[in-house]
Design a protein around this ligand. Sequence first.
Ligand SMILES: Cc1cc2nc3c(=O)[nH]c(=O)nc-3n(C[C@H](O)[C@H](O)[C@H](O)COP(=O)(O)OP(=O)(O)OC[C@H]3O[C@@H](n4cnc5c(N)ncnc54)[C@H](O)[C@@H]3O)c2cc1C
Length: 324
Amino acid sequence: MNILLYIKRDISLNLRTQELLNIASLCKKKTKGKLYIAIFENSSFLKDELIYWEIDKIFYLEEKKKNMEEYLNLFQILLEKEKIDCIMMGNTLHERELAPYLSANFEWNLVPNIISFEIQEHKILWNRFLYGTRAIEESETKKQNIVLTFSGNIYKKDERRKTKNPEEAIVKSNFSFLLPYTIQSIEEKKLQKNPLETAKIVIGVGKGIKGKENFSMIEELANLLRAAIGVTRSVVDNGWRPEYEKVGQTGKIIKPELYLGFGISGAMQHMVGVQQARHIIMVNNNPNAESFRYSDFGIVADLFDVIPQLIQYLKEYKINDKKI
Ligand SMILES: Cc1cc2nc3c(=O)[nH]c(=O)nc-3n(C[C@H](O)[C@H](O)[C@H](O)COP(=O)(O)OP(=O)(O)OC[C@H]3O[C@@H](n4cnc5c(N)ncnc54)[C@H](O)[C@@H]3O)c2cc1C
């Protein structure tokens, strides 16, 4: 099976991208196929790290893609250049939009959000979450004409083994389609210092925080714990935090060692994104809050009392040179 792994623009090969490279390398090894990488031209410096995976060819995609039609055009060119059986990618918002777009246009099968898989001679067996994380679908697909997207934290083995330098090629689009709309501006997302998907500790924040201005204490706490910040939809809808921090059914599914939630009611749509955390601690001033049902440890208290005390404690703990 010849695989094309799409790596969306990045400033370094983060753990998530490394996991995708490991998955694609494993599939290449098991199917004795080829592994192609599609990466943006301005990330070409990543080549020095990419060569440790058994890659046959790296395609550098022309920059400044603004819409799905332009992405489709680049992938069409790639498919004309090489015989590709399978397109793989991650599961970010952008990839969740791109994967079905490619699958529909190429009339290929789409398997989104895979959480485990097994390569067999003529097929791939796979599992994926349905209804948030409430059910698991088990099924299979043939090894041709497929678009696969992978959930995070599903494959831990390191498949790096440097062999030879991959071939390289630049792919320029020949897109000439007149768009039925105009794009006035594009805002690049700020990269998170500590991405939610890989953070060991996540501080969850709900509407109980009352306003944007109160996030300074959350940021201080997150710095002390080296934690990432995740929020509920209410917080995003109020414009207090960016969309990419949203956790839950319509946001990110996370798997930290510790989820420390403040002022979160515990709606099912939020908790499906959190319930794979190893430990959950919730702070809520309502003793009947639904969030306590999901937590290993619950604190009935006002978050505005708890957080300053916790910050104070952690500062003293750090002054005494203890490690968290
Ligand atoms: C189709 C659909 C998809 C959705 N997807 C998502 C999703 O992906 N993610 C998501 O998060 N939500 C999602 N939602 C929304 C979800 O149903 C809830 O409305 C939302 O999660 C509630 O957010 P919250 O807990 O911050 O707010 P609230 O429900 O308003 O809860 C605030 C909590 O803070 C507590 N509180 C208030 N003051 C304090 C204080 N001083 N100290 C301590 N505690 C305090 C209150 O007791 C309360 O429990 C979705 C809804 C729908 C219909």
